[in-house]
Design a protein around this ligand. Structure first.
Ligand code: ADP
Ligand code: MG
Length: 394
């Protein structure tokens, strides 16, 4: 699949409508984390430098189609101007007269932020009228909000069909990284899927066993697989009712030739708390719970990574918030980081807890790509078409 990028567009003298994700955390009226703002700056600066008026479309929080003053994007304005290093104008509404007048008042190279798109019910309904009202404000649509691309909204999907559309630099980087990991990867490809529950990641597991060469299953969801194979899991987190589903996934893996790697040894404890007394076992005692994978499992995962060319990772291998049950997650993360640094592995990871775990392990910076897109990343790993991305396809 191919997407147009900023390179394909002539911005001089045009008005560019740029969909961004600046749904940032705000504490006591001030933005407390600039990550998402900083991530869009290259796109904004490039379009401004090419002589276009830059008009930013964004949502904030979940006002559900009504004007909720506490969810105004105005509160993001000071941080946005400060990080960008130039003033940013603001319009009280993302469509209609306030938006039109603000765009008219803008000079090429200047930046305007429009009020929360989700103040209108038409946004989340992908109402064609809403999309048309947005499109009427400019000449070119640029989508730089991969994290909102799994939703077909007026400002992500509807508008892309009405104007010449392309991906911004952040979206482009995300698409390239994801394509390198699962679209057109160098083999062997290893996937790691961990986390709490199988039930939240069924589609993910189903898609991956058809695409990757080996699948490491870890964390709480590994317990469901072990139980399905008739192994004792004691008091572990386990979805016993999903045993047939787990077995079906194992069957599919056998058919497609995907090697499944489950823990061969386990770290068990009697309490779910940090530093709870623990032991390494191959079978979970009745009164214990599995909180991490053991050293033999860690070694097996390390060897697997060494032979791989591509790694895609979602979900920690244990209860990583509780020391020392972060051991397997940390060891695997550091191994992946080391191999990526050495140039033998392309490593891509995403997911809220996964990103936190990789940061804790000090491994995130060495990964080839860390997706902060949350739901959009997961849907992409599930093999789903993201409407906001599909609308940009050439
Ligand atoms: P992500 O947010 O990266 O998609 P998940 O939300 O699926 O990841 O899973 C993360 C959670 O899984 C963490 O809170 C972690 O403590 C939990 N978890 C992992 N292994 C176990 C386990 N063996 N027992 C209980 N919880 C676990
Ligand atoms: Mg999570």
């Amino acid at each position: 699949m191919a997407w147009k990028t900023l390179d394909a567009m002539d911005f001089a003298g045009k008005t560019a409508l740029v969909r961004v994700d600046i749904n940032v955390p705000v504490e006591n009226g001030a933005v407390s984390d600039f990550t998402r703002i900083d991530a869009i700056l290259p796109t904004v600066r490039e379009i401004a430098a090419k002589g276009a008026k830059v008009v930013l479309l964004a949502h904030f929080d979940r006002p559900k189609g009504k004007v909720v003053p506490e969810m105004s994007l105005r509160q993001v304005l000071p941080a946005l101007s400060q990080r960008l290093g130039q003033p940013v104008a603001f319009a009280e509404d993302c469509i209609g007269l306030p938006a039109k007048e603000a765009v008219l008042a803008l000079q090429p190279g200047e930046v305007l932020l429009l009020e929360n798109t989700r103040f209108h019910a038409g946004e989340e309904k992908n109402d064609p009228m809403m999309a048309a009202s947005l499109a009427a404000l400019g000449d070119i649509f640029v989508n730089d909000a991969f994290s909102a691309a799994h939703r077909a909204h007026a400002s992500t999907e509807g508008i892309a069909k009405l104007l010449p559309a392309c991906a911004g630099r952040l979206m482009e980087a995300e698409l390239k990284a994801l394509d390198a990991a699962l679209g057109n990867p160098q083999r062997p490809v290893v996937a790691v899927v961990g986390g709490a529950k199988v039930s939240t990641k069924l589609d993910l597991l189903g898609n991956l066993v058809g695409k990757v060469d080996a699948l490491v299953i870890g964390g709480g969801m590994a317990n469901t697989f072990l139980a399905a194979q008739g192994k004792p899991v004691g008091k572990s987190l386990c979805e016993h009712d999903l045993a047939p589903t787990a077995l079906a996934i194992l069957d599919k893996a056998a058919e497609t030739g995907c090697r499944i790697v489950l823990p061969v040894d386990l770290v068990v404890a009697r309490e779910f708390r940090a530093h709870a007394p623990h032991e390494i076992v191959t079978e979970c005692p009745d009164d214990a719970m599995i909180l991490d994978a053991g050293p033999a499992s860690i070694a097996e995962i390390g060897t697997l990574f060494e032979g791989a060319r591509t790694l895609i990772w979602n979900g920690p291998l244990g209860a990583f918030e509780l020391e020392p049950f972060d051991t397997a997650t940390n060891a695997a993360a550091r191994k992946a980081a080391e191999l990526t640094r050495a140039g033998t592995l392309v490593s891509v990871a995403g997911g809220g807890d996964t990103v936190a775990a990789l940061n804790r392990a000090g491994a995130a910076a060495d990964f080839s790509y860390i997706s902060t897109a949350g739901g959009a990343f997961l849907e992409w790993m599930e093999g789903k078409t993201l409407p906001g991305v599909a609308a940009l396809e050439e």
